[in-house]
Structure formats: structure tokens, C-alpha cells
Design a protein around this ligand. Structure first.
Ligand code: KG4
Ligand code: ZN
Length: 353
């Protein structure tokens, strides 16, 4: 990068709007967005592959990568068209480079590098979880660190202290399955299919959350950590017992009771973190954060404890590129730049660069 370009960028950061073209391909959504100054979404295009993967009961990595390749250029063009902009009006490219499926991530990273090289634009690699957390900035213009964020998605369950933009302290994480993974596995077991989270959320509304007492796991050595595999096994055992006794179980009651167990554990651990850190701001993020029972429970608890609660709209909870543009902006302002040697890092840790 030459110094003229560098001066140019610094001026942009100080004086004018920074428009970031953001790209997200870590799992089964091909997404591109244009975000101005980290919080203004000019366009947010998501091409979901859910229908393709539903047939197989889950995401097939090879199919996901191929579909990203087919779709990515159209999705980027649509993001520009919706924003009414051309490539010449973009200031930087942000892209998710981990964690996620390696082949899927590589598609986004390769396209972002090609655009960065061809257009002479700075490249900012973004951590997917940092993106999920930053989705909260889009609709809550007043939200600033420090705060606590519960990140619950298909691949991750993290309780994080956001100390500053891009500065995270992970207080707790799952020891086994992620919360979303548990939703997906239980949904499959009770015959709801993929993706399980939204289906359980819907049918649980008609069930009794107290019908079956499923376990709520706590870890003795870290009260902030989660474990969902025991809960998943308890649901499977319950279904097996019903089958052996020739009893018909209620899908809605199993869904509601399972969901209640997840919601209880997530709210209890999060509220403990709020009390022990003395923080007064709580955000939630990730696909499971769109769960209606979880949102309601968190809202109620926050009201009870005098905590300000932030949650992105459901469309910004599940995978999207607007959140990558939000996170990318704060990295960009800090001067973080990646070179053309940027690679996909499937197991990238939060806070690592
Ligand atoms: O954040 P996300 O789109 O992708 C990952 O980064 O993993 O999260 C997807 C996960 C899936 O496991 C899906 O079942 C779950 O989020 N999910 C939900 C709901 N909507 C999506 N889980 C519970 N209730 C929902 N309404
Ligand atoms: Zn995600």
C-alpha cells in the first residue's frame, strides 16, 4: 500500500463517510452488504441455500461452497444496485475469514481479495462472531462498549465481555454442542426437519414448557460455560422410552420443554455474568438470538434487574453481511488491514488476528 493511499484513507476516516462492501460466506448463506460508518445499512442481500440443504437434513459443505461460487458475483452486484452505488464509491472491502466451513469461507475470501486487488481498496478480514456481536450496532445507534454479549448460533455459544470495539474477553463457552446445534438435532429427532431452530420456536408456542423436566447443566469449574449434549441425550432418551412403551409423544410439548431448558440455562448464566461484572448493558447475537422465547425471557430478566437489553432484528441475528460491514468498520478505523495472503481460518478464535 503506498503512502498516498494511506493518507487518503486516514482523511476518509476523519472527514467523510466510510462505505464498506462486506462479504459473508462462512456457512450456507451467500451474503453481501454495503454499510456506511459501521451503522448505516445501505443494502443487505442474503441468498439462502436452506432449501438445498434441507433435503440432506443439514448443511453439506461441498454443496455450500459450490453454491457460493455460483451466487457470489450476483449477490455483490445486487448489493451495489440496491445501495445505488458503483465499485468506485466503495472505500474498503470487509470479509469473514473464520470461523466456518473452510471451502465456503474461501469463496468469500478469494472474491474479496480479487476486488481489493483489482479496485485498489483496503481489505479487512473479519471474525464471524465479531460480526454477530456487531449486528447490535446497526439498530442501536447509542450502543457502545463495554457491555456483555451472549452469542448463540449454530456453531457457537459464547458469553463475551465486549471491553471495547474489537476487544473481547470470553467469559464462557459451550463444552460440547452449540445452542443452535442442539435445536437442530432435537428438531430432527422429533421429525421437524432442518433448520430446527425456527421450527421448534414455532411449534413450542402451542406446547407446554413444563410438560417434561429436561436437565439444565452447569459446570462446577466455570459457571459461565454451557453444555447442551446432556440435554439433547435426555430428549432422545425420552423419545425412545415413549416408543418402547408404545406411547405417542406430543411434538409441541417436547419442543416447548426442550426450548425452556435451553432458555433457562442461557438466561441464568448470562444474568450471573451481569451481576458479577456489574455491567448494565446486555446484548444477544447469533441465529438462536432470534428465538422468541429467549428474547422474551432476556427482556423480562433485564427489566427485573434494571439492565438495558439490546437484540438485533431476527434478520440481523442469522448470518448476513451487514454485521460483517459493522464489525469491519471498527477494524478499519483502528487501521487493521489484511494483505492478499489472507487465508480462510476455519477455527479462528475470537480476538485473534
Ligand atoms: O448465526 P447462524 O445463522 O449461523 C451460524 O453462525 O451458525 O445460526 C444458525 C442457527 C441454526 O442452528 C438455527 O437452527 C438457529 O440458529 N436458529 C434458531 C432460530 N432461528 C435460527 N434457533 C432457535 N430459534 C430460532 N428462532
Ligand atoms: Zn453465524
Amino acid at each position: 500500500m503506498n503512502s498516498g493511499k494511506m493518507e487518503n484513507e486516514m482523511q476518509l476516516t476523519e472527514n467523510s463517510n466510510v462505505r464498506i462492501l462486506a462479504i459473508e460466506t462462512s456457512c450456507d448463506e451467500t451474503a453481501a452488504a454495503i454499510v456506511e460508518n459501521g451503522r448505516e445499512v445501505l443494502s443487505n442481500i442474503i441468498s439462502s441455500q436452506i432449501d438445498l440443504h434441507t433435503v440432506y437434513g443439514g448443511v453439506v459443505p461441498e454443496i455450500a461452497s459450490r453454491k457460493h461460487i455460483e451466487n457470489i458475483n450476483y449477490v455483490i452486484q445486487e448489493a451495489l444496485d440496491k445501495a445505488g452505488l458503483t465499485f468506485q464509491e466503495i472505500d474498503a472491502i470487509a470479509v469473514t475469514y473464520g470461523p466456518g466451513l473452510v471451502g465456503a469461507l474461501l469463496v468469500g475470501v478469494s472474491v474479496a481479495k480479487a476486488l481489493s486487488y483489482g479496485l485498489g481498496l483496503p481489505l479487512v478480514g473479519v471474525h464471524h462472531i465479531e460480526g454477530h456481536i456487531s449486528a447490535n450496532y446497526i439498530e442501536n445507534k447509542e450502543l457502545e462498549p463495554p457491555y456483555i454479549c451472549l452469542v448463540v448460533s449454530g456453531g457457537h455459544s459464547h458469553l463475551v465481555k465486549v471491553e471495547d470495539y474489537g476487544v473481547y474477553q470470553v467469559l464462557g463457552r459451550t463444552r460440547d454442542d452449540a445452542a443452535g446445534e442442539a435445536f437442530d438435532k432435537v428438531a430432527r429427532a422429533i421429525g421437524l426437519g432442518y433448520p430446527g431452530g425456527p421450527k421448534i420456536d414455532k411449534i413450542a408456542k402451542t406446547g407446554n414448557p413444563q410438560a417434561i423436566l429436561f436437565p439444565r447443566a452447569s459446570m462446577a469449574d466455570n459457571p459461565y460455560d454451557f453444555s447442551f449434549s446432556g440435554l439433547k441425550s435426555a430428549v432422545l432418551n425420552y423419545l425412545n422410552q415413549c416408543e418402547m412403551k408404545g406411547e405417542v409423544y406430543s411434538q409441541a410439548d417436547v419442543a416447548a420443554s426442550f426450548q425452556q431448558a435451553v432458555v433457562d440455562v442461557l438466561t441464568e448464566h448470562t444474568m450471573l455474568a451481569m451481576q458479577e461484572t456489574g455491567m448494565k448493558k446486555l446484548a444477544i447475537a447469533g441465529g438462536v438470538a432470534s428465538n422468541s422465547a429467549l428474547r422474551q425471557a432476556m427482556q423480562d430478566k433485564c427489566k427485573e434487574y434494571g439492565i438495558t437489553f439490546y437484540s438485533p432484528s431476527p434478520i440481523l441475528c442469522t448470518d448476513n453481511a451487514a454485521m460483517i460491514g459493522a464489525a469491519g468498520y471498527y477494524e478499519y478505523c483502528k487501521g487493521i488491514r489484511h494483505g492478499l495472503d489472507l487465508n480462510a481460518v476455519p477455527n479462528l478464535k475470537l480476538g485473534e488476528r
